[in-house]
Design a protein around this ligand. Structure first.
Ligand code: PMV
Length: 324
């Protein structure tokens, strides 16, 4: 099976679309894919064990198991995006491909800010590469998988695809290779789900509209976030998690100014801080989906998870940067 990592953005979502840096970390879960020759091309998405466990609690959207041939009709909007992404990926190969059956298993929930579509695209690219004997490095795989990702996100910065292909903890600038960040201990975070599913595409479009209306104001916010990212890298490398938590809190304020947070996400961040988290913010596109809270140790993570669950939110702990 070929793999694409899920990710969280620790600092810098949205401003990264406008050329500023962002700091991201891979998750230990992601997507897996396998491609085999077949009489006609098709794509099947199945939900992995972990995603099914989240879905049972009701807050994650099930992708379901779908079999789509490139020319199938009457699919739902979600299936239609998958079908178009599959075709875009197949079309991106220079040499003609054999008819192939692609099966992707997704352990990540979609619409949650955890990079599900990019992880699927990277796993799919690796699976097709393996079938046709192409040997590409992580940067080339991430670039190739952008054909898939653009179908979902319209104007992706590329951070999700780069992280899905490489893993680890890294600073990303649009159009440039990842700068890997060296940390002594992988950070422990709590990931909480707001119970709302969100479209990254529409959140990015919303910020673009506000940017067109008030360019100076938004550019100033992007610059302020960029400064947090640069300081965050230094804090992480020095193992100064308390400082990093403060930077996350400030990033959340800027994300609220960008109008990509929600009442639930804001409330969840406050719950986490009150339960002992070092800092908290939404992660990914916002408008719903997930937030993250940085915690000092496992005991605090349990306290934070319990506090979120008491208020009806689903949450789990994850060590980030795994697989880098
Ligand atoms: O919602 P996600 O996991 O796809 O993260 C999107 C991150 C953004 O900065 C909002 C968009 C992008 O392409 O960088």
């Amino acid at each position: 099976m070929d793999v694409g990592h899920g990710k969280v953005i620790l600092l810098g979502e949205h401003s990264v679309v406008y050329g500023r840096p962002a700091l991201a970390a891979s998750l230990g879960v992601g997507c897996r894919a396998k491609a085999i020759e077949s009489s006609s091309s098709s794509i099947t998405i199945e939900t992995g064990k972990m995603q099914r466990a989240f879905s049972r609690a009701g807050s994650f959207k099930e992708l379901g198991c779908v079999a789509l041939s490139p020319d199938s009709a009457n699919s739902t909007a979600e299936h239609e995006s998958l079908r178009k992404a599959f075709i875009a990926l197949l079309d991106s190969y220079e040499k003609p491909l054999p008819e192939l059956a692609l099966r992707i298993t997704s352990d990540l929930p979609g619409g949650a800010g955890l990079g599900c579509s990019a992880a699927m695209g990277v796993a799919a690219t690796r699976a097709i590469d393996e079938l046709v004997g192409l040997n590409r490095d992580a940067i080339e795989v991430a670039d190739a998988s952008m054909a898939w990702e653009r179908v979902f996100h319209g104007n992706p910065s590329g951070i999700d695809s780069a992280m899905a292909a490489r893993g680890g903890i890294a600073v990303f600038y649009r159009g440039k290779p990842l700068q890997m960040v060296d940390v002594k201990v992988l950070p422990l975070i709590v990931i909480g789900h707001s119970g709302e599913s969100a479209s990254t595409r529409s959140m990015v479009e919303g910020v673009a509209q506000r940017h067109a209306q008030s360019p100076d104001q938004l550019e100033a916010i992007f610059d302020a976030i960029a400064e947090l990212v640069l300081q965050g890298r230094v804090a992480l490398e020095a193992g100064d998690l308390a400082r990093f938590g403060q930077l996350m809190d400030r990033n959340q304020q800027h994300l609220e100014q960008l109008k990509v947070s929600t009442a639930n996400l804001k409330q969840m961040c406050e719950i986490c801080r009150a339960a002992g988290a070092l800092g908290a913010k939404l992660t990914g596109g916002g408008g719903g989906g997930c937030m993250i809270a940085l915690v000092a140790d496992e005991q605090v993570s349990i306290n934070v998870i319990n506090a979120l669950k008491e208020r009806g939110y689903q949450a789990f702990a994850a060590q980030v940067g795994v697989g880098g």
